[in-house]
Design a protein around this ligand. Structure first.
Ligand code: SF4
Ligand code: SF4
Length: 104
């Protein structure tokens, strides 16, 4: 396949022209609702981690979490699209979806 030389060239159809481009695209800008975690309610079951459609829930081991003095689970808002699946699947209702602030 011919390689792309300029930004004006494009690939017809669903061809993959480069690998790992998803890291470059901050999909968090698409979000309308933001998942907010209540760490006091969280049972650290990791259900949200497994169900996240974008793999943007970060998991620290308990040891690392204690060392860094941060909760073991956190959401990477650069990539979270706000689909709400994590909130739907959480058995403790520890994740609430809140509307993003409108930027003007
Ligand atoms: S699903 Fe809920 S309780 Fe389980 S780890 Fe995620 S936030 Fe915590
Ligand atoms: S809202 Fe969707 S994309 Fe964002 S952390 Fe939850 S499951 Fe992942």
């Amino acid at each position: 396949m011919k390689s792309l030389n300029t930004e004006k060239e494009y690939v017809r159809g669903g061809a993959i022209h480069a690998s790992a481009t998803s890291v470059l695209i901050k999909t968090g800008t698409w979000r309308v609702f933001r998942p907010v975690m209540d760490h006091l309610k969280c049972r650290v079951c990791k259900r949200c981690y497994w169900y996240c459609t974008d793999n943007c829930i970060e998991w620290l081991t308990l040891k690392r979490s204690l060392l860094l003095a941060t909760p073991p689970l956190s959401i990477d808002y650069d990539y979270c699209k706000g689909c709400g699946i994590c909130a739907h699947e959480c058995p403790s209702e520890a994740i609430q979806m809140e509307r993003e602030e409108v930027m003007v």
